[in-house]
Write a protein that binds this ligand. Structure first.
Ligand SMILES: [Zn+2]
Length: 266
């Protein structure tokens, strides 16, 4: 009898050691319905330019991650690793000055841009110099919008079809011009003000707040140039997975972590 008990304890101990740590720390594995579905940004990209403006309410129950103002070789790769670990395709709205020859780190930033593309994340543009597009003349438009897209195409082999206006500034005239040039304008509805956050904990709680205020999900705005964002993103992803597991256990819908393509109806 004792021998049998000892044997049972030994089996139990081995089983516990072999159990995935995630099951022990969360108590339950995240529901399979919220398993992240990677979208292949490279494949879908050319279909994304439909001339519309998306604002975040287009895909109820989904949540997408967008990053502006990069690429920055010091911070963007950290975010790429985190997104890849979770199987999430992010969208990066890049500024042309980051990979212009005269800028410090331009060479490294070009390599990061290529890496974003190679890893299947989405790339959009955000002007050359972070300009307000509603204040541009024709020459300014060519430099700030047209040439940056061409530059991205030279570096990645793919002409970007997504655009995010700096400061969220777009008017009827610029919206029409972007539409005729085949861009989809991507705005956002979840802004945790990452640039204002001084700690990862502060950014996490702001992100939690905007999600609870927008239970249908939407489009998150972050900046991949921000060091606090690199520290907070894993906490936010983990919290969303835990939130989904908790809600699934109660039979309530969660938020599916999605690529931006889910918001662009073709
Ligand atoms: Zn910006």
């Amino acid at each position: 009898m004792t021998v049998l008990l000892h044997r049972l304890f030994a089996i139990l101990a081995v089983a516990l050691l072999l159990a995935p740590p995630v099951a022990l720390s969360f108590g339950a594995l995240p529901d399979i319905r919220y398993k992240l579905k990677p979208a292949d940004g490279n494949r879908i990209d050319p279909l994304l330019g439909n001339g519309r403006i998306v604002r975040g309410g287009e895909a109820p129950g989904k949540i997408a991650f967008t990053f502006d103002d990069g690429p920055d070789h010091r911070t963007t790769p950290v975010l790429l690793d985190q997104l890849d670990r979770w199987g999430v395709k992010g969208t990066f709205f890049v500024n042309g000055h980051r990979f212009q020859e005269r800028t410090a780190g331009a060479e490294e930033n070009r390599a990061v841009l290529r890496d974003i593309h190679r890893r299947g994340h989405f790339i959009g543009t955000h002007t050359f110099s972070h300009a307000d597009i509603t204040a541009l003349d024709d020459a300014g438009w060519k430099q700030e919008v047209t040439q940056v897209a061409r530059q991205v195409e030279e570096i990645t082999g793919r002409l970007p079809r997504l655009f995010r206006p700096p400061f969220g500034r777009v008017d009827d005239g610029t919206a029409e011009r972007l539409r005729t040039e085949g861009y989809t304008v991507v705005m956002w509805n979840l802004d945790p003000l990452d640039w204002k956050s001084t700690t990862a904990g502060e950014l996490l709680s702001r992100a939690q707040q905007v999600v609870e205020e927008n239970p249908g999900g939407g489009i998150f705005l972050f900046h991949d140039t921000n060091r606090v964002t690199t520290r907070a993103l894993p906490l936010i992803l983990e919290w969303l997975a835990e939130r989904n597991a908790r809600r699934a256990a109660r039979g309530e819908p969660g938020l599916e972590l999605s690529g931006i393509d889910a918001f662009i109806h073709r």
